[in-house]
Design a protein around this ligand. Structure first.
Ligand code: HEC
Ligand code: HEC
Ligand code: HEC
Ligand code: HEC
Length: 248
C-alpha cells in the first residue's frame, strides 16, 4: 500500500508536464482571448485574432506582422543604469511597441488602426486593468528594444552568447551547471534552439523575449503570465527564464 502510494505520487509528479503542455497553447481561453463574453460589447464578431491582426489594410509601419491596432506614442522613458553595456534607444520599437499599444494604458484595447475594422466597436474605450499596465514609463522595467548579440555578450561577460548558447545547454561557466531548461523538455520548440532563434526578434530583446502574446511557445510544464520559459529546472529551481540569458 505504502509502495503503491509512493508510486502514485511519483507518477503524479511526472504527469502534469505533459497534461499542461497540451492545454496551454493558443489564444482561445487565454488572457488575450477577446472573444470571451466580457469583451462582446466591443468585439461584435467575436474575432479571436482581429483585435490584433487582420488580413488587409494593417499598420503601415508593421511593428508586428499584420498588426491591426493603433500604436501608442507614449511618451516613453526607457530603462537605463550605470552598469548596462547596451545603449538604450529613446523609444520602444517592434513587437514591444505593439504590446505597449494596449499595455501602457494610453490607448483602448478596442482601437483598430482604421475605423471599426474587424467589427470592433470603438464607442467606449476599454483599457487594460491597472495591474496589467506596463509603461509608458519603462525605467523600472526590464530593458527592451535593443540588439542583444555576441558583441553585447562579450562586452558584458555575464550574458550567454545568443548565437551559440542553446536553450537546455549546461551553464558551463557557473559552479552549478544544471541547465535552466531541463532535459525533460527535449522535443519542445525551445530546447536545442539558440537564444537568438527562440527568444529574439531581428536580434533584438523585446517583450516577446519573455512573453508570447499567443500564450506560450514551448511545451513548458508551467505557465505564468504568458511567459515563454517557465517552471523549474531539474533540481527544482525556478527563474529559468532569467538564467537562460544571464550568467548569474
Ligand atoms: C493580443 C494581441 C494578439 C492576438 C489576439 C493575436 N496576436 Fe498574433 N501577434 C501579436 C504580436 C504582438 C505579434 C508579434 C510578436 C510575435 O511574433 O509573437 C504577433 C505575431 C503573429 C504571427 C507571426 C509571428 C509568429 O509568432 O508566428 C502570426 C502568424 C500571428 N501572430 C497569428 C495570430 C493568429 C492566427 C491569431 C488568432 C488566433 C493571433 N495571432 C492573435 C499579437 C496578437
Ligand atoms: C489589443 C490589446 C493588447 C495587446 C496588443 C497586447 N495585450 Fe496583453 N493583455 C491585454 C488585455 C486586455 C489583457 C487582460 C487583462 C486586462 O484586461 O488588463 C492582457 C493580458 C496580458 C498578460 C497577463 C497574462 C496572464 O496570463 O495573466 C500579459 C503577460 C500580457 N498581456 C502581455 C502582452 C505582451 C507581451 C504583448 C505583446 C507581445 C501584449 N500583451 C499585447 C491586451 C493586449
Ligand atoms: C525579462 C523578461 C520580461 C520582459 C522583457 C518583459 N516581461 Fe512582462 N513579465 C515577466 C515576468 C517574469 C512576469 C511575471 C511577474 C510576476 O508574476 O511577478 C511578467 C508580467 C507581466 C504582466 C502581468 C502584470 C504584471 O505586471 O505582473 C504584463 C501585462 C507584462 N508582463 C507585460 C509586458 C510587456 C508589455 C513587456 C514589454 C514592454 C514585458 N512584459 C517585458 C517577464 C518579462
Ligand atoms: C532573452 C534574454 C534575457 C532574459 C530572458 C532576461 N534577460 Fe535580463 N537582460 C538581458 C540583456 C541582453 C540585458 C542588457 C545587459 C546590458 O546591456 O549590459 C539585460 C538586463 C538586465 C538587468 C539590468 C542590468 C544592468 O546592468 O542594469 C537586470 C537586473 C536583468 N536583466 C535581470 C533579469 C531578470 C531578473 C530576468 C528574469 C525575469 C531576466 N533578466 C531575463 C537579457 C535577458
Amino acid at each position: 500500500m505504502k509502495i503503491l502510494s509512493i508510486l502514485a505520487i511519483a507518477a503524479s509528479l511526472l504527469v502534469p508536464a505533459a497534461v499542461e503542455a497540451a492545454v496551454n497553447k493558443g489564444v482561445v481561453g487565454s488572457d488575450h482571448d477577446f472573444s470571451k463574453t466580457n469583451y462582446l460589447a466591443f468585439n461584435t464578431r467575436r474575432g479571436v485574432c482581429t483585435p490584433c491582426h487582420t488580413a488587409h489594410a494593417t499598420d503601415p509601419a508593421q511593428i508586428a506582422p499584420l498588426f491591426a491596432h493603433k500604436t501608442s506614442t507614449g511618451p516613453f522613458t526607457m530603462y537605463s543604469s550605470p552598469t548596462i553595456k547596451h545603449t538604450p534607444g529613446t523609444v520602444p520599437d517592434g513587437a514591444s511597441l505593439a504590446c505597449l499599444s494596449c499595455h501602457d494604458g494610453t490607448i483602448g484595447v478596442n482601437s483598430p488602426i482604421q475605423g471599426t475594422q474587424g467589427g470592433i466597436s470603438t464607442n467606449t474605450p476599454v483599457f487594460v486593468q491597472p495591474n496589467h499596465k506596463v509603461g509608458p514609463d519603462l525605467h523600472t522595467d526590464h530593458p527592451i528594444s535593443f540588439v542583444y548579440d555576441a558583441a553585447l555578450a562579450a562586452a558584458s561577460g555575464e550574458l550567454e552568447n545568443p548565437v551559440t548558447y542553446k536553450i537546455g545547454d549546461p551553464k558551463t561557466t557557473l559552479t552549478v551547471q544544471t541547465p535552466p531548461v531541463p532535459a525533460t523538455w527535449t522535443g519542445t520548440d525551445l530546447t536545442g534552439k539558440t537564444i537568438d532563434e527562440a527568444l529574439l526578434v531581428n536580434h533584438k530583446m523585446q517583450c516577446t523575449s519573455c512573453h508570447d502574446p499567443h500564450w506560450i511557445k514551448g511545451n513548458t510544464p508551467l505557465r505564468g503570465q504568458a511567459t515563454i520559459v517557465d517552471g523549474n529546472d531539474a533540481d527544482g529551481r525556478g527563474s529559468l527564464m532569467c538564467r537562460t540569458c544571464h550568467i548569474k
